[in-house]
Design a protein around this ligand. Structure first.
Ligand SMILES: [Zn+2]
Ligand SMILES: [Zn+2]
Length: 263
């Protein structure tokens, strides 16, 4: 009797085991059918961010970038007592205020790990529109409402293409090619940072040294970068056009994705 009970039990167990195997098979084939064509932002790109000031956290479908907003490079906008203070190299004038007076300000941006192109593009506003690899916020091509960057504003830019405004130190323009500039993208393929819509932005060139020829009106295209391990994904480039004189703005165009707030 005991043997019979055991045999029946074994039979049931076998049936349950087989049916659960079938369930698993069905599940896995469903998963592959559901897999979408979205391409995730290459995680390797975040190794380029300044770990002294920027903390990047990843969860399943979001990436959060927290920054103290301070540059990890020299500028005359540091307090004179700071070790990264230098005399102006390219700035003719300086805006009031120094980086040290904005100690409490931080910037947080949360984006989808696989951002998508939106059905319509979005104009950028005043304030941060992206976070650079140094942690410094990226601003657009205006300085105050309806005031595009003019010559007298550009004269206040340090070699990093930055100055101090009411909300702190920020980049507007591509960095200058001076010996003091040892890290920032200047007419090259380096990663500049991440925009509010979650798309990465690179320097003016592709990783093979050429200028991209298939950019959309936002400076974006699908292609590989040094971070994407052979995979094509949508990213921006600094558009290789002079705004005026020798000034190249970082991002004076619309975002192609859905912008997320930078708080
Ligand atoms: Zn500004
Ligand atoms: Zn590219």
């Amino acid at each position: 009797m005991k043997i019979l009970t055991f045999s029946i039990l074994l039979l049931f167990t076998t049936i349950i085991f087989i049916s659960s195997c079938n369930d698993n098979n069905d599940d896995s084939s469903d998963d592959s059918n559901d897999s979408s064509t979205e391409v995730s932002t290459p995680i390797a790109a975040f190794d380029e961010f300044n770990t002294d000031g920027v903390v990047t956290s990843f969860d399943e479908d979001e990436i959060t970038i927290d920054s103290d907003g301070f540059p990890n490079h020299t500028t005359p906008y540091w307090e004179e007592t700071d070790s990264l203070y230098i005399e102006p190299v390219v700035a003719i004038a300086q805006t009031p205020g120094r980086i040290g007076s904005f100690r409490d300000r931080t910037f947080t941006l949360t984006v989808p790990s696989a951002p998508e192109i939106a059905s319509s593009s979005t104009a950028t506003g005043l304030g941060p529109i992206g976070i650079s690899v140094t942690g410094v916020p990226i601003f657009n091509d205006t300085e105050g409402a309806n005031r595009p960057i003019e010559e007298e504003i550009a004269e206040t830019f340090d070699y990093a293409g930055a100055h101090v405004g009411p909300s702190g130190y920020h980049y507007h323009a591509e960095s200058a090619n001076v010996p003091e500039n040892t890290a920032l993208s200047h007419d090259d393929e380096k990663l500049l940072g991440i925009m509010a819509d979650g798309f990465l932005i690179y320097g003016r060139r592709e990783m093979d040294g050429s200028y991209p020829t298939d950019l959309d009106e936002s400076g974006g295209h699908y292609g590989m970068t040094q971070h994407s391990d052979g995979e094509e994904f949508y990213h921006y480039h600094i558009i290789n056009e002079y705004y005026f004189g020798t000034l190249i703005v970082l991002f004076g165009v619309d975002l192609q994705g859905t912008p997320n707030s930078i708080l």
